[in-house]
Design a protein around this ligand. Structure first.
Ligand SMILES: [Zn+2]
Length: 322
């Protein structure tokens, strides 16, 4: 590997920011994790990111990074240098990429974090042979990213707009956490599953799900449904199948618009594996047009939590020619 074959990836998350030195083969050679305080201003955050990058580079003096890529959990402005509606308010509309790049004399840019994860899966995941790869990231919210010939496909906001807010259902009228009503996210996210399992456990206090949460000394949540589902608990399996079917309707719709070769299921809920992917695929094939769904392969995303750092860095790597 030549000394040029690296980039720095910064994956800005809600709880913490992960920073890594990533090779053009998609391997993370060194990583740091930073938790910024809610009272930190943008300059203080830049100083902490820069210190971590400096630390990483001094541990790998032979590595000469091609640049710095940032995955930002919000909308990206068209210049790919700043964003807004992220989960660190101090960084909204702040020229983060420019400032960090200037500190190290390196090119820098940012992508939406879901878009970055999709790029990582498309370049380095198990299904990297697909030309058109659609990632459904099902976690607290639902993110959707399309990568075509190694490049993120952008409609608005640094990704496919708010595709996880597909309006799908005459709901009970309660808005989702982003504010729309009857969207997929309000039915099929970890947030939605938290509500489902809490209502279930209130009605069924003797159920294994309720007993598990009680033994952990907290309210039941989506993670309990995943764990108990994998252990074969019928109620948890049914809840996951329900979420999978809603996601399947989303997948059918996105397949009919974007014609992906592969649909990947990632995000925290994908730890449920086939308990979620199976119902998702069946519902997508039942409800979508065969013309669009027959060519699609359904698969689990393979990079897990590292997709964020790897994809942030990968936006700096040269794009493979189709
Ligand atoms: Zn919504």
């Amino acid at each position: 590997m030549s000394q040029q074959d690296f980039a720095i990836g910064i994956d800005i998350g809600g709880g913490s920011t992960k920073i890594g030195l990533v090779s053009t083969r998609g391997e993370i050679a060194e990583r740091r994790r930073i938790v910024v305080s809610e009272t930190d201003g943008a300059d203080a955050i830049v100083r902490q990111y820069a210190a971590a990058i400096g630390d990483i580079l001094s541990a790998h003096p032979q590595a000469k990074p091609l640049g710095i890529g940032i995955g930002f959990p919000g909308r990206i402005h068209p210049d790919n240098l700043s964003g807004d509606l992220g989960n660190i308010p101090a960084l909204d509309d702040f020229p983060l990429a420019e400032r960090i790049g200037n500190l190290f004399g390196l090119p820098a840019r940012m992508e939406n974090d879901g878009t970055a994860a999709g790029l990582a899966e498309a370049m380095f995941g198990r299904d990297r042979d697909a030309r058109r790869s659609l990632l459904i990231a099902a976690g607290t919210g639902i993110g959707v990213a399309l990568t075509v010939d190694g490049k993120p496909f952008i409609t608005s906001g640094g990704g496919l707009g708010n595709a996880g807010q597909l309006i799908i259902h005459g709901s009970d009228g309660r808005p989702c956490r982003q504010g729309c009503v009857g969207c997929l996210e309000s039915l099929a996210s970890a947030d939605a599953l938290n509500g489902t399992v809490q209502r279930y456990c209130a009605e069924m206090p003797e159920s294994p799900l309720a007993a598990r949460a009680r033994s952990l000394g907290r309210e039941p949540d989506a993670s309990d449904v995943v764990v108990m589902g994998l252990e074969g608990d019928p109620a948890a399996v049914a809840m996951l199948a329900d979420v999978g079917r809603w996601l399947g309707r989303g997948a059918a719709t996105w397949a009919q618009i974007f014609a992906p070769d592969v649909i990947l299921l990632g995000g925290g809920l994908s730890a449920a594996g086939d308990l979620l992917l199976g119902p998702l695929e069946r519902e997508a094939r039942l409800s979508g047009l065969a013309l669009y769904l027959a060519p699609v392969r359904f698969s689990l995303a393979s990079l897990g939590n590292d997709a964020g750092i790897i994809g942030a860095a990968a936006q700096i790597f040269p794009t493979p020619k189709p």
